[in-house]
Design a protein around this ligand. Structure first.
Ligand code: NOJ
Ligand code: CA
Length: 675
């Protein structure tokens, strides 16, 4: 009997012996990806000898043809490697190193086949499907299921930071910090920490002409790709011979390692815009906060914000304090009534009677300040598309180089009118909108205009290919401190760097100096932050454009603290995250692009703490004056948010600095190189 069993077992497992495994390691050897066809086409990831992602499924399912997945085996594989450096026209750093090993695997079954291309970096991996034209997949193709899985090993004792996907509020949620088991359907970047301290973030790169990938937890620990559908329920519509976006897994032994990764950018295509001289990083103020706190209105009437005289006042303020731009929201017709639900009536070229666009752009240009345009669509993208070129042409004619767009509409309620005149409702992160947002960027480029998208699709690094996609929102920004209930909690800015910010720059609009305004809400909510933390945000939350979002009078009431906002650059030679734990605290050091000065920003959640920074990022051969803006000894966000100490100290690279952060506090430092 025993013998029979043995024979039987051998017989049963023998086909498995034919199964193949191919492997590829990161350049430093710490990460190993194995791809196999033992049961189903799968991959797994080992970090420092321990499994991080267990065998996880690969494959795609289609409406007309059977899936590319089950029953497919590895037919061929090949390897390549790359170590090169390329430049960002603007960014967190000038030079970006792309050092990876590549594995291309072909899975086949009878007449059908598909490729999966893996790139393994020292800080994680990316893989994408490449589906050539073949039998059954030769014309229009409809994807009904992406089978990709991420089977997290030991997810049981892991902590996850997440926001829900497919919800009414797009990406603008407070973050949940939970056990991995509580994760249901989430947006990416999705970040979690394993019990052994390994930090992992799953996202995607180069989301072009495809549905955004969200994740759903299936069996415990197994996350499955959950693509956002079209209005008709199909996930992705392609024609034969296509590639998917890269599925990315950033992996680090600690939290800070996630922040120093260029993996997403490295997986995007190089810049396609030859001349980038018109794409201008910089700082701006705007006719904006007044509307959010209810002092003024977007619509016409006594409280209209975007008047010629008010714009002049902002232009004067911008010129006096060295800002590059003035954002003007509410100058164009369409804001009266329920603008949130009236996307049909926006006119992107007609001004209200009390606003003169030409006079204002001329006035600004004479002072070296550009007006920043605004296109709120309220999610009616057909109305916008019909006017888009005229709207950009008008702005270009008046010397405008940057436009903020807006897609305020609930999730799943973007309104488009299809080729047959039928109204369809789409998600902000489905394939239709992925294409619509990019169309906007490409059209804008023709008019030498950069775009800052609000209510955007998530960032997947497309700024490398299209550098005029200069920033975007895509998370709860400062506006929630004006009317949000609750406002952004103290931990919010300590979670963002490890989640939303991994995808790219964010137009958070920091700089609240007056915490005692009467906000739009009907309760006593107010910003849960100290003043020093507001300054830290300019360094912590990267964006090539940064707003000083408060009212001019509040800055003029505190010029010493305002000085940091005036001094801080928005374009960097180098950036380094130097300390942090997700949701607790974070510190960044950044060096001015083509300059000598360094800047540091650090912030904390509701826990006060002290941070000791080693200044070894500074040039060893220079001395610096550290201009420090820190929480006062009795500062705290609850009843003493304004107490700030501004002091100077001479320092060198060999020094260490220990500074205290108040509850929901922070510090900001300029290291001015001494001659
Ligand atoms: C939401 C944007 O995030 C905000 O900045 C803007 O003021 C309003 N929409 C109006 O467009
Ligand atoms: Ca918003």
């Amino acid at each position: 009997m025993k013998r029979l069993l043995l024979v039987l077992t051998t017989y049963l497992v023998s086909p498995l012996l034919l199964a193949q495994t191919v492997k590829i390691a990161s350049p430093d050897g710490k990460i190993v990806v194995s791809v196999n066809d033992k049961k189903l086409p799968s991959y797994n990831i080992i970090l420092n000898g321990e499994t991080a992602i267990a065998d996880s499924r690969l494959g795609l399912r289609f409406k007309k043809t059977a899936e590319l997945g089950e029953g497919f085996t590895i037919k061929t594989s090949s390897q390549a490697n790359n170590d090169s450096t390329w430049q960002l026209p603007w960014g967190e750093r000038k030079n970006v190193r792309d050092n990876h090993n590549e594995l291309l695997v072909t899975f086949a079954q009878q007449d059908n086949h598909f490729n999966v291309r893996f790139r393994v970096f020292n800080d994680g991996i990316g893989f994408r499907y490449e589906v050539p034209k073949q039998k059954g997949l030769d014309g229009e193709i409809e994807i009904t299921n992406e089978l990709t899985e991420f089977a997290v090993e030991n997810s049981k004792n892991s902590t996850a930071w997440w926001i829900p996907s497919r919800g009414w509020n797009r990406y603008e949620y407070t973050y949940h910090t939970t056990d991995f088991s509580s994760v249901d359907r989430v947006h990416t970047p999705f970040t979690f920490k394993l019990a052994n301290g390994t930090h992992i973030s799953i996202h995607e790169a180069a989301l072009v002409d495809y549905a955004g990938m969200t994740l759903q937890q299936m069996r415990g620990g197994v996350l499955k790709a959950d693509l956002t559908p079209w209005a008709d329920g199909i996930l992705v519509k392609k024609t034969a011979n296509f590639k998917t976006p890269w599925r990315t897994i950033q992996i680090s032994e600690n939290a800070v390692g996630l922040l120093n990764s260029d993996l997403i950018l490295n997986l995007n295509e190089p810049n396609q815009q030859e001349d980038t001289s018109w794409i201008e990083p910089g700082k701006y103020v705007g006719i904006w906060w007044g509307m959010h706190i209810g002092e003024t209105t977007w619509g016409s009437g006594d409280k209209h914000g975007a008047t010629t005289s008010e714009t002049k006042r902002y232009m004067d303020f911008a010129a006096k304090y060295g800002f590059d731009g003035v954002l003007v929201e509410g100058w164009n017709i369409g804001w009266d009534g329920d603008w949130y639900n009236n996307g049909d009536v926006f006119d992107f070229t007609k001004a209200y009677d009390d606003f003169d666009l030409k006079a204002m752009t001329d006035y600004g240009l004479a002072k070296g300040v550009r007006l920043i345009g605004h296109h709120e669509t309220s999610g009616n993208v057909t109305n916008y598309r019909n006017q888009m070129n005229d709207a950009f042409a008008l702005y270009q004619k008046h010397g405008i180089r940057q436009v903020k767009t807006g897609y305020v509409a609930d999730g799943g309620k973007i309104k488009r009118i299809d080729e047959n005149g039928i109204v369809r409702k789409e998600w902000h992160d489905g394939q239709f909108m992925a294409n619509e947002y990019l169309y906007n960027i490409k059209q804008a480029a023709k008019y030498q205009i950069s775009i800052n998208t609000h209510e955007p699709i998530k960032d997947t690094g497309l700024r490398r290919t299209y550098p005029n996609w200069i920033s975007r929102e895509g998370a709860r920004g400062q506006e929630y401190n004006a009317w949000g209930s609750p406002p952004n909690p103290p931990e919010h800015a300590a979670i963002l760097p490890f989640t939303r910010m991994l995808s790219g720059p964010m137009d958070f609009t920091p700089g609240t100096f007056d915490m005692d305004f009467k906000g739009g809400g009907d309760n006593n909510d107010r910003p849960q932050t100290t003043l020093a933390k507001q300054l830290a945000l300019y360094v912590v939350l990267y964006s090539p454009i940064q707003m000083a979002s408060d009212l001019p009078r509040n800055y003029e009431a505190n010029l010493p603290a305002f000085q940091f906002i005036r001094d801080v650059p928005t374009d960097w030679q180098e950036s380094k995250a130097i300390a942090g734990e997700v949701g607790k605290y974070v510190a960044f050091a950044r060096q001015e692009r083509d300059g000598d000065d360094w800047f540091v920003g650090a912030l904390t959640n509701e826990d006060a703490r002290a941070l000791t920074l080693s200044l070894d990022f500074l040039d060893k051969n220079k001395r610096y004056q550290a201009q420090i803006y820190r929480d006062g000894d009795k500062a705290n966000w609850v009843d003493n948010p304004y107490e700030i100490i501004i002091e100077q100290k001479d320092v060198m690279a060999t020094d260490k600095l220990t500074l205290k952060l108040a509850t929901s506090g922070g510090f900001a430092i300029r290291f001015k190189a001494l001659k």
